[in-house]
Write a protein that binds this ligand. Sequence first.
Ligand code: HEM
Length: 466
Amino acid sequence: MTTPPYEHPHFASKSGPPPGCPAHARGIESARLYGPEVEADYTAAEEALRKRFGPVAPVTLQGDVPAWLILGYRENLEVMRNPSLFTRDSRHWNIQLDEGSPLAPLTAWQPLTNLTDGEEHTRLRAAVTQSLANFSSRQESESGGHGVHRYVVWRSHQLIDQFAARGSADLISEFADLLPLRVISRLLGLSEAHVPALVDSVRDTISGSATAVTSSEQITRLLYDLVALKREVPGHDITSRLITHKLGERLGEEHLRQEVAEHLRMLLTATHSTTAPLLGSTLRMSLSDRRFRGHLAGGQMTLPTAVEQVLWDSPPFPRLVGRWATADTDLAEQRIRKGDLLVHGLAAANRDPKIRPDLDEPMHGNNAHLSFSAGPHECPGKNLARGIVSAGIDVLQERLEGLRLAVPTSEVHESQALMSRHLDRLPVTFTPRPHRAGVGGPPGAQPQHAPIPQSGTATPHALSHG
Ligand code: HEM
């Protein structure tokens, strides 16, 4: 029997890390957090680490890059809430990555909200939160702001129309992977005509296919064009709001366009790579888990409660790279050196036995999980994400009579990587129904790049958690 790397007495690799490798420099035993055995069962690997090292474990990431994996709930919170000691700014790193390292895209510094701290972070985050606020707050949906809920419902119906008459579908590729991107594209102010191409390009970039680079260039072009257009003809959309915010900073025109376009790209990726898996996992649970199936149908367990349960059990970012120590310090009896990388183990924190002694005990809507992080970088899109998931599933359940899984639950396979999880397929069957009559364009159909539809009838629940 092969010993899994996380139980191997000399962890890093059979021959150990190569001479000169930063893992050596630390002079401590580390566990490898990559490779097929770990990737096949991250939970087992992390629980073995917790048992061996406690709440903070020395690990190596791909390329034998040293890091600390924070497994404890309390320790994760401590780091999230202390940005002066544990910064998001990767320029503090005490090692240089090899060229072509798979960690480079996750850690390369840019002037973005998620990679800065202090005053710069406050400035960049304000631009993002203020532009999102109008589309995700309780006030927005109750006072009839820009009708995101109605738009999510309309988009959901439109996707379901493609397979409703068939009586079968794969709810990952035909629904969960498409809905969040379509919604966020619209909120950014992209025209209906551009949305399908953008959705394809973003999915292609994330899947790392052979055409990923071309797709990424296409996204850049589209976003630059969008910023140029919104600079001339502003609308009620996130792009126009970001531009207005940036205008106050007196940046040069090129700098302004670049910062806005990069933030838009970040919002697209942040939405797709998280909300799609949350939608997929909640759908799987609602179709297969007895705790939910009966409850959802009988109305005892609300959909938002089910969403929180999934966020506890299957966080879309199971791990988050990262934070960098700005000074030598101790964390759960481990000596952290200035410039060390820390990885938030969000999935591990959510199942920390100190706060959840019984993982089968339902969380009853408790939303104190760390899946959206906490502290100054806490996810500003969390209510939008919850709203998209709840509204999408509401529409599916309303439209598809007799909706059920077409395969045993054991055949619904999930792939995980360091910072992502994804259901491969979710095949379902239901009673075939012809298309709905009288389906038109989006609510309050608009010309190209027009404002998001106004609505006075948004349903409060979907966009109003928290
Ligand atoms: C289920 C869906 C989502 C999950 C689980 C999620 C989770 C997270 C997490 C864990 C962080 C990292 C915070 C940190 O560094 O401590 C984050 C940051 C962020 N998320 Fe989300 N997110 C989701 C959806 C969204 C959506 C829909 C948007 C945008 C519309 C969004 C925008 C952002 C932004 C801008 C940041 C950076 C915030 C900052 O650093 O100040 N997220 N998210």
